[in-house]
Design a protein around this ligand. Structure first.
Ligand SMILES: Cc1cc2nc3c(=O)[nH]c(=O)nc-3n(C[C@H](O)[C@H](O)[C@H](O)COP(=O)(O)OP(=O)(O)OC[C@H]3O[C@@H](n4cnc5c(N)ncnc54)[C@H](O)[C@@H]3O)c2cc1C
Length: 393
């Protein structure tokens, strides 16, 4: 089972090859994932076997260059894959999202030695990553983090706490944003990004309980006199971490936006089917105008959200700065997921609230898309700043 049978070279895939990859993913989803989603989600149990299959499919190397053992997919193809996966189970998109953000950071900003050491292991899934930015007292205001890395000879000594970190329990080599110069002014000039392999001084203090996005590990990390070799500093130069992370966020936001489209599309698909079989007052509810209006709005949101994702992914593939495009896609698609999951619940009536249907999961999973990879309030600010920057008078 592998989608890597297709010869890939970044950005150079034919439509037939892309269809072949999406078909393989769809077959896997229907055969190995969909039948088990409710069980894993309701038990809040980690889907080890499914994650192993994701390794075989090459998903952990989706955006890593073939030169380093990855599939080298374009962001456009990647976004389509993320959407189809999220339409079956959004949480799986989180297993490789922050892993790939870190991989992309190494690929873009790492030294050649770092690329050769880390990327093949990330691509195979032997090393599973996640991104450690958020702290108990700093999420949106990342420049306010307190995790400190002090240089001592050829090592850094790290002390601090990170919270809400996806893949932190199952992952083994995480990327962490630290302060190498806490007195720097401006603050971002004192920030660096380190690759932290689990070991002495690096512990997961607790697993966090959540409304949705079940099964996937969200943890709190504690670093106490954690010693990391200095050559794990991405790019080898201190003070670049904030910019490196901001660059990696573009692909992270395209992932979250695609997950939003996946949830919104699944809520629509289930609602179209249900509205044709559920009868009230002697006819299927799809013949009641109130339901027709809902379906029309839901479908329009899906199409608009998908178009924004395509636009952002194209800009990314063209090597353009795309924080505005990715921000718009993430903002609109995540809100579409929230609105469509609630409308699907209304259309399904009492069954929408039942654990026997998927709607209640869409409803619990969707709001995370509005929070993760920068809240939607912050996306609006990014969009607005870029509007002004790109249109000076
Ligand atoms: C399930 C889950 C998984 C996560 N995974 C990860 C992960 O893998 N790695 C990671 O580093 N983090 C992760 N996070 C954390 C997530 O990125 C943060 O929760 C998010 O960035 C918001 O930060 P905060 O929670 O500290 O909210 P705050 O920053 O405290 O914000 C609170 C509110 O104020 C608003 N706000 C803040 N500043 C402004 C402003 N200047 N203007 C307008 N409004 C503002 C925010 O939009 C929000 O509505 C995860 C969170 C969850 C819930």
């Amino acid at each position: 089972m592998s989608v890597s049978g297709v010869e890939t070279e970044t950005g150079a895939m034919s439509p037939e090859e892309e269809t072949q990859i999406i078909d393989s993913i769809n077959k896997w989803l229907e055969r190995d994932v969909r039948p088990h989603v409710k069980m894993f989600d309701h038990a809040d149990e980690y889907p080890h076997e499914i994650v192993e299959q994701m390794k075989e499919l090459g998903l952990f190397g989706a955006l890593i260059d073939p030169e380093y053992g990855g599939l080298g997919l374009s962001a456009s193809t990647y976004a389509k894959i993320v959407e189809v996966i999220a339409s079956v189970w959004m949480a799986l998109g989180g297993v490789f999202n922050s892993h790939l953000i870190v991989a992309v950071l190494v690929q873009r900003f790492g030294t050649e030695d770092q690329k050769r050491e880390f990327l093949p292991r990330f691509a195979s899934g032997e090393w599973r990553s996640g991104i450690g930015l958020t702290e108990p007292d700093a999420g949106t205001d990342l420049q306010g983090i307190r995790t400190r890395a002090r240089r001592e000879g050829d090592h850094y000594i790290v002390d601090g706490t990170k919270t809400w970190i996806t893949n932190s329990i199952e992952g083994n080599c995480l990327g962490i944003l630290v302060k190498t110069d806490p007195d720097a002014d401006p603050r971002h000039k004192g920030m660096s990004f380190l690759l932290a392999e689990k070991g002495e001084g690096f512990t997961v203090s607790r697993r966090l309980e959540k409304l949705g996005y079940k099964s996937i590990d969200s943890g709190e990390l504690v670093f106490e006199d954690y010693k990391v070799p200095a050559d794990r500093l991405i790019g080898g130069v201190e003070g670049q971490g904030f910019y490196q992370v901001a660059g990696g966020m573009e692909i992270g936001r395209i992932n979250v936006a695609s997950r939003g489209v996946g949830i919104a599309a699944a809520a629509l698909k289930d609602s179209i089917a249900y509205a044709q079989v559920r009868q009230t007052f002697g006819k299927p509810i799809c013949q009641h105008q109130a339901i027709q209006l809902k379906l029309a709005d839901m479908a329009t949101r899906v199409e608009a959200a998908r178009a924004l994702v395509v636009n952002a992914a194209r800009a990314y593939d063209a090597g353009l700065r795309c924080d505005m495009e990715a921000g718009m896609a993430k903002l609109f698609a995540s809100e579409a997921a929230v609105e469509n999951s609630l409308e699907a619940m209304r259309i399904h009536g009492g069954y929408g609230y039942s654990k026997e249907f998927d709607i209640e999961r869409y409803y619990r999973d969707a709001p995370l898309m509005c929070i993760g990879e920068g809240t939607n309030e912050i996306q609006r600010i990014i969009i607005s700043k870029q509007l002004v920057a790109r249109n000076p008078v």
